[in-house]
Design a protein around this ligand. Structure first.
Ligand code: CO8
Length: 248
């Protein structure tokens, strides 16, 4: 259900649960396993998540809902929360590369990633309300933070597919088709992978912190330490010697 490959320090994770990459316990656990196993490997600098086949994901596996016991529903909720926390806390930036359909839990997964690139014809929305449930993978909270409560509420309360132009701030790029999606995703991942692993890790951590005094202190400590890394020595020396740095 989850396939992985590593190329040029990029971990590619593919959802492979046709026809619409519905998210069930096994798929979510597969994602957790992929990130836990390889997402902390010092040789990996970026993670890309993409759906195989016709879409990114149509959300949670609706067909499994009627048979889930209360215990299994609780497991599904806690597994998704674990995955989304892991995406935030792992040291690598996670890019979701989105095409076709990105609905419900699929959209919530994309929102939990650090960056998003999407094809212009992708169906995006939170249709859970049409099933008499709600976006239980943190989507309303994340969306409120990212596009404002007024837009998040409209999306979640109507269940309508969203015009991408109304939420374009969510995306690093909106591209023409899947060919361009793969090119633009790879170019971004490769560009990041050419940088220092130490800088990538700290920048990702900083992006999750607020502007409190405590966060200032964490940032100060990182700044003091990062200058001692081999990568910083290489980057600074390369600048002074007018050459291209070779980062690890
Ligand atoms: N789960 C299971 N099966 C699905 C899902 C899904 N989410 N979406 C589509 N399928 C199935 C269809 O039933 C169909 O199966 P079959 O061939 O056996 O009839 C097959 O996939 C293909 O679907 P369509 O024939 O409908 O194909 P289309 O290309 O016409 O449409 C769509 C594709 C747009 C994806 C359409 O199927 C659709 O709108 N699907 C529903 C999307 C949706 O409502 N998503 C929200 C799911 S609920 C959710 O994500 C909750 C998350 C939080 C849960 C928290 C729990 C703790």
């Amino acid at each position: 259900m989850i396939e992985t490959k590593i190329e040029n320090q990029i971990l590619f994770i593919q959802l492979n649960h046709g026809p619409v990459n519905a998210l069930n316990e096994a798929v979510l656990n597969g994602l957790i396993e992929a990130i836990e196993n390889k997402g902390f490997d010092p040789n990996i600098k970026v993670i890309v998540i993409k759906g195989n086949g016709k879409c990114f994901s149509a959300g949670a596996d609706i067909k499994s809902f009627p048979n889930l016991t209360k215990h299994e529903r609780l497991n599904l909720a806690s597994t998704s929360a674990k995955l989304f926390r892991l995406i935030k806390t792992c040291h690598k930036p996670v890019i979701s590369s989105i095409h076709g359909v990105c609905l419900g839990g699929g959209f919530e997964l994309a929102l939990a990633c650090d960056m998003r690139i999407i094809t212009q014809d992708t169906k995006v929305g939170l249709p859970e309300i049409n099933l008499g449930i709600f976006p239980g993978f943190g989507g309303v909270r994340r969306l409120s933070d990212m596009v404002g409560q007024h837009k998040a509420l409209q999306i979640a309360l109507t269940g309508e597919n969203v015009n991408l132009n109304d939420i374009k701030e969510l995306f690093n790029d909106i591209v023409k088709d899947e060919v361009e999606l793969d090119q633009v995703t790879l170019a971004l991942a490769q560009q990041i992978a050419s940088k220092s692993a130490d800088s990538i890790k700290v920048i990702k951590q900083m992006s999750n912190l607020d502007l409190s005094l405590e966060s200032d202190q964490i940032e100060e400590r990182h700044f003091v330490d990062i200058i001692d890394t081999e990568n910083a020595k290489e980057g600074i020396d390369a600048f002074i010697s007018k050459r291209k740095p070779q980062f690890k």
